[in-house]
Ligand binder design. Sequence first.
Ligand code: BGC
Length: 249
Amino acid sequence: MAVLGIDIGGSGIKGAPVNVETGELLGDRYRIATPYPGSKEQVIEIIRLIIDHFNWEGKIGAGFPGVVRHNVIETAANLSPDWVGENLASIITNETTCPARVFNDADLAGLAEMRFGAGKQYENDYVLFLTIGTGIGSAFFVKGQLWPNAELGHLKIRGKEAEHRAGDGVRKENDLSWKKWGKKLREVLQVYDYLFSPDVMILGGGVSKKYEKFGKYLKHIHARVIPAELRNTAGIIGAAMAAAETIGE
Ligand code: BGC
């Protein structure tokens, strides 16, 4: 079955049709930069452009960078606060008539990684999946079962939220070397390791493709730390998978 997956992020909004049985993209990923401040109107306009780009008429799944319960946005740390309280699935369906579902972006990227990527071999373990972009997203997988809406990017470490300490935005804005940034990330991962003792931490997000540049600085962590495999398509694939599984329920 083909479902359109959309991944809404603090810096880009991306979409592609996905074969949900195999996790393959059925067309090139289409990406549009997220305009500041990421208001409802701005983001919905881009979602519409993505849907039109693929002439899409079927099911749609979307990942949103905040807490999402029953398709309703509860937080939007890196987008405009005017999102809070909105049912994004209803908005998409009202505009397009396409059935839609919305979930937290990191949960979706994690689901895709667990099914088709680096997490495949850890379905019987305790896995902490992290997506490191503008924010730090997190998803716990307890023997393959997702615990949704974990918000470890906002955990305060020495008085500062983890994502403000070691998000990829911090690296880019301050033009940090891989070593400097890697050490910041190490501190964050050490705290997660100490608090939750996962068996494995999978690092996703755009920066995961540069893992060989910073992985060596992630020392003194008990969990096995590995890079994600699906790179910048995990959020799209997970969005499509989750929509396919929940629409019609
Ligand atoms: C949000 C999370 C999201 C993460 C990655 C954080 O700021 O609170 O919900 O998963 O960014 O986008």
